[in-house]
Ligand binder design. Structure first.
Ligand SMILES: Cc1cc2nc3c(=O)[nH]c(=O)nc-3n(C[C@H](O)[C@H](O)[C@H](O)COP(=O)(O)OP(=O)(O)OC[C@H]3O[C@@H](n4cnc5c(N)ncnc54)[C@H](O)[C@@H]3O)c2cc1C
Length: 518
């Protein structure tokens, strides 16, 4: 097998996560391995995006796989536990909310509780009927106990983290422990090979960097996939309108302020405000559609949100404005170049789908290395098909949050319900889900990025009705006893967890006070 050099261009979360995932799997050829040498090149002049602070539970596996201790990660990245998202005011407006937690409904692989809940348990929220996690989140509890091993849990979780510190930790770990070569240099030109591949990168210093595979992690610049190869960008603005974010790193009023265990997403007149609690600050931002509001109005809504929260300090820094075009590339892998991260696409922060896509992409690429020359076009074709399907699933899933809203207080929400703003694939799914609950069969025709459990939490959290009088639900008598037992057990388990789990703040204080691993 031939050894290779993989050159990753860009040192944001996408670049360093990809470097870590590849390098942890492949020993460098210099160490006697037959794998791939990983070089990460980043510009000293172009700053990272520096946002992206909510993850899915997949991040636990990623960190473990690349050899990081969880306690070190929590300490170094000012990270906290995230057990899902809470959507506030999305359905009809102020005063209501629902959870999309990370624990699948009880017995999910064997029994579809959604139909039973709809038939007999509507006095409970869907989340509370099928899982104890929402009630633990109401109390601000951690998903585990102090004695629970690293990465294990009572309640499934991902993280909230400081994006800048995360990149610093990944960088240190990749260089010190995984043999990644780090180069600073601004790419000025791409040097093509005769066959149209990329042969090397020309840096501003005059130096050139050659490689076999080039991973474009240059963020919105999309230097290789966009500027060099001109792979078209497929806008998704007709479906997802948000294109501007106002982001603040908000200070707590006191050091012992509670740390919420979910990302709070609060609907506003032209978008929504994310609220991510870390041990030392909160990341808060208003992502909105510039076509539906003015910058001044958006700033006012964000300021009102900050002022209304007594656990935040009175004076907060001015927000940073970030503009983006929602969409993704027509192709992600072209010749010997593959785009990962924002260069491949970005739609909006809802449900934190960006980092999980980076993890999945990097794993896939890593599996293909060093690779056989003859197979490369097939690898690229399959990667493109799978990644395109992931993006379509992301668009449908995010749009689902908007299309089910009954808010009528602004054009933003009304426009989201217009049929022409809903992808056909989602319209089809919705017509199916009116007569059948999405469950395990969903994955038969989708390559799953997230489980159909996520669809259930959003659908039934938003008041969607499935007609469960259909014949297939008639075999219930057999299952009803099991369903009743599981739903009862969830309520008992919620009480037990509330009595025994520490708060997020308590557990994180303990981890942060512990001694770092040698
Ligand atoms: C408002 C907002 C909120 C978000 N929230 C979330 C979230 O909660 N969860 C989530 O999963 N994702 C979120 N995201 C997405 C997340 O921020 C990104 O996926 C993540 O930061 C990865 O960015 P990146 O590494 O692709 O790009 P960047 O961080 O922009 O990195 C680009 C890199 O390319 C380098 N570069 C650029 N040009 C050159 C050149 N000419 N030569 C050499 N190097 C170059 C730069 O130096 C830099 O190192 C959010 C995004 C936005 C906009």
């Amino acid at each position: 097998m031939m050894s290779q050099t993989t050159v990753i261009v860009g040192g944001g979360s996408a670049g360093w996560l990809t470097a870590g995932i590849i390098a942890a799997k492949h020993s460098p050829p210099d160490d006697g391995g037959a794998g791939t040498r990983v070089v990460l090149l980043e510009s000293p002049d172009v700053p990272n995006l520096g946002v992206g602070e909510g993850t899915w539970p997949t991040m636990r596996d990623t960190l473990r796989r690349i050899g990081l201790s969880e306690a070190d990660f929590l300490r170094c990245c000012d990270a906290s536990f995230k057990q899902g998202s809470q959507f506030i005011g999305w359905h009809r407006g102020k005063g209501e909310s629902y959870y999309h937690p990370f624990c699948a409904p009880s017995g999910y692989a064997k029994i579809n509780l959604a139909a039973h809940w709809q038939d007999s348990y509507k006095e409970l929220s869907f989340c509370d009927a099928v899982s104890p996690q929402g009630r633990a989140c109401d109390e601000g509890l951690a998903p585990k106990r102090p004695q629970t091993p690293e990465y294990a849990f009572d309640l499934n979780y991902g993280y909230h983290l400081n994006a800048g510190k995360f990149v610093e930790l990944l960088q240190r770990h990749c260089i010190d422990n995984l043999g990644v070569q780090h180069r600073l240099g601004h790419v000025e030109e791409i040097i093509p090979a005769e066959n149209g591949d990329i042969a090397a990168l020309q840096l501003a210093s005059g130096e050139t960097i050659a490689g076999d595979l080039f991973v474009d992690c240059t963020g919105f610049a999309a230097l290789l996939i966009g500027k060099h190869y001109n792979i078209p960008f497929v806008s998704q603005r007709e479906f997802l309108f948000n294109d501007t974010a106002l982001a603040v790193q908000a200070e707590y009023a006191t050091e012992d302020a509670p740390i919420a265990s979910v990302t709070k997403a609060t609907a506003q007149s032209a978008g929504w405000i994310w609220d991510i609690a870390l041990p030392t600050r909160r990341g808060i931002g208003y992502v909105h559609s510039s076509q539906h509001t003015s910058l001044e109005k958006a700033e006012e809504e964000l300021a009102a949100y900050l002022e209304a929260d007594p656990t935040l300090a009175k004076d907060q820094p001015s927000p940073r404005k970030i503009e983006f075009q929602p969409g993704y590339r027509e192709k992600f892998w072209h010749r010997n170049c593959v785009a990962v991260g924002v260069s491949a696409g970005f739609v909006e922060p809802l449900e934190a789908t960006a980092l999980i896509l980076i993890e999945k992409s990097a794993e896939w690429i890593s599996e293909q290395l060093p690779g056989d020359n003859a197979a490369k076009p097939v690898v690229a074709k399959r990667y493109n098909e799978i990644t395109r399907q992931h993006w379509r699933a992301v668009i449908d899933f995010l749009k689902l949050h908007y299309v089910l809203s009954e808010r009528d207080d602004s054009d933003y929400w009304r426009d989201h319900r217009k049929p022409e703003s809903t992808p056909e694939s989602l319209q089809e799914s919705l017509s199916l889900w009116r007569s059948q609950v999405p469950w395990l069969f969903e994955s038969n025709y989708r390559i799953e990025l997230f489980s159909s459990a996520s669809l259930q939490y959003v659908l039934y959290g938003m008041g969607f009705e499935t007609d469960v009088n259909d014949h297939r639900y008639r075999q219930w008598d057999r299952d009803a006893a099991i369903a009743n037992r599981l739903i009862r057990e969830n309520s008992v388990q919620a009480e037990t967890l509330i009595a025994s789990l520490p708060t997020n703040r308590e557990l994180l204080n303990r981890v942060r006070a512990s001694t770092p691993a040698a």
